[in-house]
Design a protein around this ligand. Structure first.
Ligand code: 3PG
Ligand code: MG
Length: 393
C-alpha cells in the first residue's frame, strides 16, 4: 500500500477536512461509549497543532437520507468532543454543504453526512460539494473504509489533495501484522444486528477460521435456516437461503459453526421486559430472541479455551439492557481470560469491552467492525484503492 499520509502534508493555514467514524452509541442524548472518539483525537489534535482549520465529517447510524431525525444528530458527539479536547474550540454546524467557516486552530464538526441525499450511493454532485469545502481531505475513518460513499470515496477522488490519516494508517498496519499468519485454531465470533451486511463476509471468514460462533440477528437467520421456529425475532427472511449455503460450505470446509443452544426471549425489547430462558424448540409466536442462554455461554467458553486466535465483532444479545446482557458479558470475560491472541472491533463491541472493563485483557482493539471483517477477507477497502491511485498521479 503506497498512499500519501497526513504526516507528509503541510497543513498550515489549510482547510483540512477529516472524515472520522463517530458512529458511537448514544443513550438519552449522551455518548455512552467514546472509544471511537478517543481513537480519533490524536489526528484532530495533530491537525490543529499545525494550525489547520479542521472540518470533521462523520455518519451516525443509518437514517433515511434527505430527512433530519434528531435521534441521528451528531450534536451530542460535538459536546463530548469538546469535553475531550478542552483546549480546542469545537463548533457544531447543522447546515454545511454550501460552505463552512472554520478558523485555523479550531474544529468544526458537521451534522451527520447521512442526512444528505446521495451519501450512500456516492452521488457525484454531493461529493463535489464536499470536496469544495477543503484544500486537503484526510481519510481517517478506518471503521467506514469498507463503505464507498460520498464522504469517503467520492470526496477522496475529487478533493484538491487526499491523504490517509494516522488512525487509518495505524489500524491497517496493526491488522496486517496481526493477521499475516494467525495461529490456529482460530475462532471468529460474529454477532450484532446488521444481518445482511455481515452475512456477506461470512463465506470469506469460513475459508479462514476453524470455528465460527454466531450470535445476535445473524444467528437467528441461521436458526431459521435450520428450520427452528424463532417467533418474532430479528432476522432476514431473504437471507435464509444464503445461510443454508453457508452451513453447507462450513460443513465441506470442516469449520464448526456454533449457534445458540438456548436463548433468552421476551415479548418486547425494552428495559422493563422480563427475559425468559428457553430451549430452541419452545419459542412462541410473539417472543423475540434477545440473548443467548446459560448453556450456550458455557459452551462458547469451553470452545474458546482451546483457541490460539480469537476475533470478535458484534454482541451476542441486546447487552445495553440488563436482562439481555449476560451472553455478551460472559463472552467478554471468556475472551479476556483466554490465552489466545485476541482482537475485538466495532462500535458496539468496543462499548461492550468498555462496559465489562476487559480493555487490558484483549490483545488488539480496532475501531472497525464491518471494516475489519472485510479487511480480514483480503478485500481491498475501496477508499484505499482511491488513495493509492491518487498517490501515483
Ligand atoms: C460501523 O459501525 O461498522 C461503521 O460505522 C459503519 O456503519 P454502517 O455499517 O452503518 O455503514
Ligand atoms: Mg457498528
Amino acid at each position: 500500500m503506497k498512499v500519501l499520509k497526513m504526516s507528509e502534508v503541510n497543513l498550515n493555514q489549510q482547510r483540512v477536512l477529516i472524515r472520522e467514524d463517530f458512529n458511537v452509541p448514544i443513550e438519552n442524548g449522551r455518548v455512552s461509549s467514546d472509544v471511537r472518539l478517543k481513537a480519533a483525537i490524536p489526528t484532530l489534535k495533530e491537525a490543529v497543532s499545525q494550525n489547520a482549520a479542521v472540518i470533521v465529517l462523520s455518519h451516525l447510524g443509518r437514517p433515511t437520507e434527505g430527512i433530519f431525525t434528531p435521534e441521528f444528530s451528531l450534536e451530542p458527539i460535538a459536546k463530548r468532543l469538546s469535553e475531550l479536547c478542552p483546549t480546542i474550540p469545537v463548533h457544531f454546524v447543522r447546515d454545511w454543504l454550501s460552505g463552512v467557516e472554520a478558523k485555523p486552530g479550531e474544529i468544526v464538526l458537521c451534522e451527520n453526512v447521512r442526512f444528505n441525499e446521495g451519501e450512500k450511493n456516492n452521488v457525484l454532485a454531493l461529493a463535489e460539494k464536499m470536496a469544495k469545502l477543503c484544500d486537503v481531505f484526510v481519510m481517517d475513518a478506518f471503521a467506514t473504509a469498507h463503505r464507498a460513499e460520498a464522504s469517503t470515496c467520492g470526496i477522496a477522488e475529487l478533493a484538491p489533495l487526499a491523504c490517509a490519516g494516522p488512525l487509518l494508517v495505524a489500524e491497517l498496519t496493526a491488522l496486517t501484522k496481526a493477521f499475516n499468519a494467525p495461529e490456529h485454531p482460530l475462532a471468529a465470533i460474529v454477532g450484532g444486528s446488521k444481518v445482511s451486511t455481515k452475512l456477506e463476509v461470512l463465506s470469506a471468514l469460513i475459508e479462514k477460521v476453524d470455528v465460527l460462533i454466531l450470535g445476535g440477528g445473524i444467528a437467528n437467520t441461521f436458526l431459521a435456516a435450520k428450520n427452528y421456529f424463532i417467533g418474532a425475532s430479528l432476522y432476514e427472511n431473504a437471507l435464509v437461503e444464503s445461510a443454508k449455503r453457508l452451513l453447507k460450505l462450513a460443513d465441506e470446509q470442516k469449520v464448526t459453526i456454533v449457534l445458540p443452544l438456548d436463548v433468552v426471549v421476551a415479548t418486547s425489547c425494552s428495559a422493563d421486559a422480563k427475559g425468559e430462558i428457553k430451549l430452541l424448540d419452545a419459542i412462541l409466536d410473539h417472543e423475540m430472541i434477545l440473548d443467548v442462554g446459560p448453556k450456550t455461554r458455557s459452551h462458547i467458553d469451553a470452545v474458546l479455551k482451546s483457541m490460539k486466535t480469537i476475533i470478535w465483532n458484534g454482541p451476542l444479545g441486546v447487552f445495553e439492557l440488563e436482562s439481555f446482557s449476560q451472553g455478551t458479558k460472559a463472552l467478554a470475560y471468556s475472551i479476556a481470560q483466554s490465552s489466545a491472541y485476541s482482537l475485538a472491533g466495532g462500535g458496539d463491541t468496543l462499548a461492550a469491552v468498555e462496559k465489562y472493563r476487559v480493555q487490558d485483557d484483549i490483545s488488539y482493539l480496532s475501531t472497525g467492525g464491518g471494516a475489519f471483517l472485510e479487511f480480514l477477507e483480503d478485500k481491498k477497502l475501496p477508499v484505499i484503492s482511491i488513495l493509492e491511485q491518487r498517490a501515483i498521479k
